[in-house]
Design a protein around this ligand. Structure first.
Ligand code: NDP
Length: 280
C-alpha cells in the first residue's frame, strides 16, 4: 500500500487551522534564510504557503551568503525577545563560513521550532517530550498511521544527520524498536537492510534502496529528495520495491508534506507553551 502523506498531512493542517481560529493573537513564524540555495528557496516558499493556509503569520529574513555570523546572531537575539514572534527557524544548509551549531544554539529553546537546540533535543531524547524535529515526528506519525507495531520491530535507519537520521533512530528506540543506524561508512548495507521490518532511507541518493535490500512485507519510508533525469524522486527504487513492501511512501507526496505539517504542529506547541508561561 502506498502511504498517502499528503492526505495525512492535510488532516493535521485542517485541525491546526480550526485551533488557530480560536486564538486571540495569531502565531508568527520567523524564517531566517542565508544565501541562495535553490532547494532552500523552494522549502521556505512551501513553508510560507502552508503557514498562510492555516492562518499563521510568516516573516522571512534573508541575508546574502557572505554575511558575517554575528549579524545573524544579532537578528536571532532580536527575534528571541520579540513578543510577536512565536517560533524561529533557520533554513539549512548555511554557508561554510557560518558555524551551524553556534547559530542554532543562539535560538531561544522557547522559540526553536525545529527542536534542533541541544536543550530541546536532549529533552526529546532523555525526557521523551512530545517536541521533536519535524521530519522524524512526521515519519513516526506515518508509521503509526499504518497500524504497524513499532515496539520490538527491527528498524534500519540509513543516514545519521542531526536533522533526520539521528533523532529518528532515537525516537524509534524510545518507542522500543531495535534500531540499526547505517551511514556512508557502513559495510554491506544490503545485508543489514534485509532483516528490517521498517526500513527508512534519509540519504539523498536516488535508487540507493533496491528490491534485493528489502524484506518482503517490510514498511519502507523514503525521506530522500533527489532529481533523476529532471524528475523528483526519493532514495528508493519505488517501482520495484513497492511490489514487495507492505507499505511504502512515495516521493513526492510522502514524508515531505508530513515535515511541514509537523512544523505547524510544533509552532502551535510553542504558542501554547508560551501562553501557559505568560499566564503563570
Ligand atoms: P545529510 O547529507 O545531512 O545526511 C545524509 C546521510 O546519508 C549521512 O549520514 C551520510 O553518511 C549518509 N550516506 C551518504 N551516502 C550514503 C550511502 N551510500 N550509504 C549509506 N549512507 C549514506 O542529509 P539530510 O539528513 O539532511 O537529508 C537526507 C535526505 O533527505 C536528502 O535527500 C534531503 O533532501 C532529504 N530531506 C527530506 C526531508 C523531507 O521532508 N522529505 C526533510 C529533510 C531532508 P555520513 O554521515 O557518513 O556522511
Amino acid at each position: 500500500m502506498i502511504i498517502d502523506g499528503k492526505s495525512i498531512a492535510n488532516e493535521i493542517l485542517e485541525s491546526s487551522k480550526i485551533k488557530i481560529k480560536s486564538f486571540k493573537v495569531l502565531p508568527c513564524l520567523a524564517a531566517v534564510v542565508v544565501g541562495d540555495y535553490e532547494a532552500s528557496a523552494i522549502y521556505v516558499r512551501n513553508k510560507a504557503r502552508v503557514c498562510q493556509q492555516v492562518g499563521i503569520e510568516f516573516l522571512k529574513y534573508k541575508f546574502p551568503s557572505n554575511i558575517q555570523q554575528k549579524k545573524i546572531i544579532d537578528l536571532i537575539k532580536k527575534l528571541n525577545s520579540d513578543k510577536n514572534i512565536t517560533a524561529i527557524l533557520v533554513q539549512l544548509p548555511l554557508p561554510r563560513h557560518i558555524d551551524k551549531r553556534t547559530i542554532i544554539e543562539s535560538i531561544s529553546p522557547l522559540k526553536d521550532v525545529d527542536a534542533f537546540t541541544s536543550e530541546n533535543f536532549s529533552k526529546a531524547v532523555l525526557k521523551n517530550s512530545n517536541f521533536w524535529p519535524c521530519t522524524p515526528s512526521g515519519i513516526i506519525h506515518l508509521i503509526k498511521y499504518t497500524g504497524i507495531k513499532i515496539e520490538s520491530s527491527n528498524c534500519i535507519v540509513i543516514g545519521r544527520s542531526e536533522i533526520v537520521g539521528k533523532p529518528l533512530a532515537l525516537a524509534l528506540l524510545n518507542l522500543d524498536a531495535s534500531v540499526t543506524i547505517c551511514h556512508s561508512k557502513t559495510i554491506n548495507l544490503t545485508q543489514r537492510c534485509i532483516g528490517a521490518d521498517i526500513l527508512i532511507s534519509a540519504v539523498g541518493n536516488p535508487k540507493l534502496v533496491t528490491e534485493n535490500m528489502v524484506k518482503p512485507k517490510a514498511v519502507v519510508i523514503d525521506v530522500g529528495i533527489n532529481y533523476l533525469d529532471g524528475k523528483l524522486c526519493g532514495d528508493v527504487d519505488f517501482e520495484k520495491v513497492s511490489k514487495i513492501a507492505s507499505y511504502i511512501t512515495p516521493v513526492p507526496g510522502g514524508v515531505g508534506p508530513m515535515t511541514i505539517a509537523f512544523l505547524i504542529k510544533n509552532i502551535l506547541t510553542l504558542y501554547e507553551n508560551n501562553l501557559r508561561t505568560n499566564e503563570s
